[in-house]
Design a protein. Sequence first.
Length: 122
Amino acid sequence: MEPKILILDEPTAGLDPTAHKEIISMIESIRKKLGIIIIFVSHNMADVAALSDKVLVVNNAKIAAEGTPGEVFSRVDFLREIGLDVPPAVEIMKALESRIDGFTSKALTLDEAADEVVKLVK
């Protein structure tokens, strides 16, 4: 059996950190090895940002936003208005942007944020 699409609904909900990492690693492995479409439904915005090529935000049974993770998660105020969080890295970098003149960030993951902070400090 070789599916063309895999649909995962909250595959990491309620898991401890170790099991969470294992499931995320498994999803990444399946995506790389099989090259199939994976539809990943989650409220964990860090996972969404790290795993997705395209993000659809659904609110009240309607598509409220869509685009790349960068496009969607740049709309911090809108996402908060509809009750969604943003990835922790986005939260951190937005706080830095508000405190450092001329600094902007496109970091979506903590690794990307760390790289940008190192460049900023240098």
